[in-house]
Write a protein that binds this ligand. Structure first.
Ligand SMILES: NC(=O)c1ccc[n+]([C@@H]2O[C@H](COP(=O)([O-])OP(=O)(O)OC[C@H]3O[C@@H](n4cnc5c(N)ncnc54)[C@H](O)[C@@H]3O)[C@@H](O)[C@H]2O)c1
Ligand SMILES: [Fe+2]
Length: 403
């Protein structure tokens, strides 16, 4: 049985590696720099879009973060309808509600403005608009959208998920708490705005956890390796270096625009890397924590990443040593560099006040978590080693104990 699973996953991945060359991955155009969000209406006009659905969340609206952009849209004669009834870890109900507004107001484009939650919900709305008769759950999985969506602009206000460049939209089913992804190049935005001024007000905790999410994307994609071309490998390395050099500064001094800009670039590169390279068991397990206990995605990532890397052991020494080299982390052997790299992750987590485990995990939920995580990762993610039920259990129990 074990041998069968390993063979099945690896042969699926070998086929997928070839298939990937025909999938039409693309990198969104970017509008970059302090204040650059005000240039968005110019771009929208080029697409002859007259009425956008503006997707954000309540907190961002209360902070008044989009005010400048909304005024610029009005001045440019672009109508907008705001949809902001979205919770962190957005649900299929959020998507359905947003789609109704999109449809009723005859919108012809979408601006996603916020962190991964509004961006993913907006992508879900765009996918639903392409398939109005399908439920969100029918669009989750690989290549279920497969149709052109309306023009879609993404304006990230966190520097983490990379949703502004990825093919993914992670949506939780409200009824079951099952979190799953729509994965399709069709939902990659046409353009991403990386304006660091929008992230200046991020609370340190959100800066820390979203930044670690970006690190996870870069590291998981790089240690997966199989699907990556040179572009994804290069993007992972760039992202890891930028995070190594800037995350702690952005955490300590939120108003440091240079660090904020670099973190947005890092999130973008890391997102683009995992769009093809895929994430791994950190995400597969983390999604179950988000769905079941509403643990913020980035927090789940920060905490789980070192545990998973340590469990991989020698299987990832070579790759992690390469990432250590990029950061200038020294060591005599690949093993030493790799372990120092993991220690750096543990240290920065500690310096940013993040926990080592999760007391929220309920023993009775573990079998369900194992099922979901296994189904998400295997056979799609080309992880460094294939895990079985007992591996997932060991890791999840370790997370509970470490709390
Ligand atoms: N699509 C993808 O490729 C992808 C990748 C990773 C994660 N995700 C998903 O993204 C979601 C998480 O996104 P996130 O980590 O960006 O968090 P989020 O969007 O849930 O935002 C977290 C909190 O920060 C607030 N916030 C956002 N920007 C702010 C700002 N500039 N100033 C002050 N507060 C601000 C939000 O209102 C919210 O309360 C999860 O559902 C996760 O599964 C998606
Ligand atoms: Fe993530």
């Amino acid at each position: 049985m074990r041998k069968y699973k390993e063979e099945y996953c690896r042969s699926f991945q070998a086929t997928m590696k070839i298939g990937n060359y025909f999938l039409g991955y693309r990198t969104p155009r970017t509008i970059v720099g302090p204040g650059s969000v005000l240039r968005l209406p110019e771009d929208i006009k080029k697409y002859n879009v007259h009425h956008v659905l503006f997707v954000s969340d309540e907190k961002i609206m209360e902070l008044g973060l989009p005010n400048g952009l909304l005024k610029a849209l009005e001045e440019a004669g672009i109508k907008y309808t705001i949809f902001s009834n979205i919770q962190p870890n957005p649900t299929d109900d959020n998507v359905e509600e947003g789609y109704r507004l999109f449809h009723e107001n005859m919108c012809d484009g979408i601006i996603a403005f916020g962190g991964g939650s509004p961006m993913d919900c907006a992508k879900g709305i765009a996918a639903k608009n392409a398939h109005p008769n399908k439920k969100v759950s029918q669009l989750q999985g690989i290549l279920k959208v497969h149709k052109k969506i309306v023009p879609f602009w993404a304006v990230p206000t966190t520097a983490g998920t990379g949703s502004e460049t990825t093919l993914a939209a992670v949506i939780t089913e409200a009824k079951t708490h099952h979190k799953a992804s729509i994965n399709d190049p069709a939902i990659i935005p046409i353009c991403a705005v990386l304006d660091p001024e929008l992230t200046v007000g991020l609370p340190p905790f959100v800066t820390a956890t979203t930044g670690m999410d970006a690190l996870c994307h870069a590291v998981e994609s790089y240690t997966n390796w199989t699907y990556c071309t040179d572009l994804e490998k290069e993007y992972s390395k760039k992202a890891v270096k930028l995070i190594y050099e800037n995350l702690y500064t952005a955490y300590q001094d939120g108003s440091n625009l240079e660090a904020r800009q670099r973190m947005q670039e890092a999130a973008f590169y890391a997102g683009r890397s995992f769009t093809r390279g895929c994430v791994g068991y950190v995400h597969a397990i983390g999604h179950t924590l988000g769905g079941l206990y509403n643990i913020p995605h980035g927090l789940a990532m920060s905490v789980i990443l070192p545990h998973v890397l340590r469990k991989y052991g020698p299987k990832v020494y070579k790759r992690l040593a390469e990432l250590a080299d990029v950061c200038g982390i020294e060591g005599k052997t690949k093993a030493e560099k790799s372990i120092r790299f993991i220690e750096w992750i543990e240290e920065i987590n500690e310096k940013m006040g993040l926990p080592k485990g999760f007391k929220e995990i309920k023993v009775e939920d573990i079998p369900q978590m194992i099922k979901w995580a296994d189904a998400e990762a295997n056979p799609l993610y080309p992880v460094p080693e294939i895990w079985y039920e007992e591996d997932f259990r060991e890791l999840i129990e370790e997370l509970k104990k470490a709390a």
